[in-house]
Write a protein that binds this ligand. Structure first.
Ligand SMILES: NC(=O)c1ccc[n+]([C@@H]2O[C@H](COP(=O)([O-])OP(=O)(O)OC[C@H]3O[C@@H](n4cnc5c(N)ncnc54)[C@H](O)[C@@H]3O)[C@@H](O)[C@H]2O)c1
Length: 463
């Protein structure tokens, strides 16, 4: 027997699922279930014989990631295919190569992301991507004590007479200020590093943004490698054509469109990551699944326990699939048009929640999780998604111990103010639409449903 939701969220759960068809209500109102109950809830028909499945796959071939084609209109058939697809993913996960690669092609400078367990000591990767004989390693006090020796040892083995300089920035939150960029640039200049130098960022998103921005401006742009060590940075910062630091007036003011030479994601580094940081990254992963791949969403839900335990193969697949989804979307929108706006799913509400809170009360991913649930709820009210999308996403989040409701002190007025909607306006939003894995970015939705959704979240009222 597996617990579906934590008992602490029982009150919230009962309000959430009221009014849904009896089978779902059955599932949702029981804190534990058997595989059999689950199956009878969601899969009224069994998988069928091998032959009928084979015939089905010939008519509707599924992609290597188990994406069921839209030619398959029947819901029952789609479910049969998706169960098959998830087992296909599981065999890929079990038999995947040690180092997996995702190619990112957003602009004229394509780069690879290498993902695997224990790959920091794979010196071939560093050897391939370090240019010149000087390296500036940029890290912070926390991460340096955990992983710097490993990198230094690998560098030592690959480059003869390498000039390795290290800068260790203080481990303070929100340290993406220009002062830290100047510390990096000063260090490189003092060491007389020239244009052939390579900067390496070892740490979370903050360190990797400082590294990327410093590399973009030093000597007009030098080679740089990202080694992200938080889950958020591994799935989000790793796939980006933009790197920036904070300005007091606006987060986006100081940035550069500059891409790394490569990104190295070692899932082993997640072992030391605090749980809260890990689940914040899982919120991003759930977002990617909702934006592009419904099978991935259900796979995440089924494998959440192993993901939380940082199971190496499961983690590698989840990171790889997230990077592929983001890379796919950015590659078709290299001019920064509106296609990539679907990646803002949950972010508008999440941001409004974050600025209401005390610093450090919630991490970004936790606010994002609630923002995603609000977007899902609105899409469900608009009849744009069916119950399964809503339920699968919420169950995945609850299994990850992510919040799915607003803290009681956030009122509708505060939220509207933070959404900058005091004049009765409504924001453009990324909203799920259609089967799981489809999202649109739009301002064309029924505003009454928007208000009803806010009432539900802020006042706990569901009509
Ligand atoms: N460039 C982009 O496209 C992009 C995209 C998303 C986010 N970001 C930026 O990323 C930043 C957030 O990144 P983050 O969530 O990684 O936060 P972070 O960089 O602040 O890291 C979080 C904490 O985890 C610690 N840490 C890092 N790796 C660790 C490990 N393996 N074990 C133990 N502790 C570890 C860090 O020292 C830090 O205290 C924000 O500044 C955000 O703007 C940039």
């Amino acid at each position: 027997m597996a617990a579906v939701v934590s008992s602490s969220s029982a009150a919230q759960k009962s309000s959430w699922f009221s009014g849904l068809p009896p089978s779902y209500s059955y599932f949702c109102h029981h804190t534990s279930y058997t595989a059999c109950t689950w199956k009878s809830c969601f899969f009224p028909h069994n998988l069928g014989s091998k032959n009928s499945l084979r015939r089905l796959l010939t008519i509707h071939p599924i992609s290597s990631h188990g994406v069921v084609p839209s030619t398959c209109k029947s819901l029952v058939l789609q479910r049969r295919l998706s169960v098959f697809a998830r087992s296909a993913i599981n065999s890929q996960v079990a038999d995947g190569p040690k180092v997996q690669e995702v190619q990112v092609t957003i602009s004229g400078h394509p780069y690879p992301i290498y993902i695997g367990h224990g790959i920091l000591s794979e010196i071939e990767i560093l050897k391939r991507h370090i240019k010149g004989k000087s390296v500036l390693l940029i890290t912070n006090s926390k991460v340096s004590s955990l992983y710097m020796d490993q990198i230094a040892a690998s560098l030592d083995r690959i480059v003869d007479a390498i000039n390795l300089e290290v800068i260790i920035l203080p481990e303070v939150e929100r340290s993406k200020w220009k002062e830290n960029v100047f510390k990096v640039v000063d260090k490189a200049a003092e060491a007389k590093m020239d244009r052939t130098t390579t900067f390496i960022g070892l740490g979370g998103g903050v360190i990797n943004d400082i590294c990327g921005f410093s590399a973009a401006v030093y000597e007009g742009g030098v080679n740089f490698i990202q080694i992200p060590t938080t889950l958020t940075a591994q799935v989000d910062v790793a796939v980006a054509d933009e790197t920036g630091i904070y300005h007091l007036l606006d987060k986006q003011t100081i940035c550069s469109y500059y891409e790394p030479e490569c990104v190295i994601v070692d899932t082993n580094t997640l072992k030391t990551l605090p749980d809260k940081q890990l689940i914040s990254g899982i919120a991003e992963i759930i977002k990617f699944s909702l934006v592009r791949d419904g099978i991935f969403l259900r796979w995440l839900k089924d494998n959440m326990e192993t993901l939380l335990a940082r199971g190496p193969n499961i983690m590698t697949y989840a990171i790889r699939r997230s990077c592929e989804i983001k890379a796919d979307i950015l590659s078709v929108d290299s001019q920064r048009g509106q296609i990539r706006d679907v990646l803002s799913l949950g972010r508008t509400f999440g941001h409004a929640i974050e600025i209401t809170m005390e610093p450090r009360e919630w991490l970004h991913g936790e606010a994002l999780a609630v923002g995603i649930v609000m977007a899902l709820d609105l899409a469900h009210r608009l009849d744009w998604i069916d119950d399964t999308v809503l339920i699968d996403a919420i169950v995945a989040m609850e299994r990850a111990h992510l919040p799915t409701a607003l803290p009681a002190y956030i009122s509708k007025e505060i939220l509207l103010q933070n959404l900058s909607l005091s004049n009765g306006g409504h924001p453009s939003l990324a909203l799920p639409k259609g089967p799981a894995g489809n999202c649109v970015f739009t301002s064309s939705y029924d505003k009454e449903h928007f208000d009803a959704m806010l009432d539900f979240f802020c006042l706990g009222r569901r009509e």
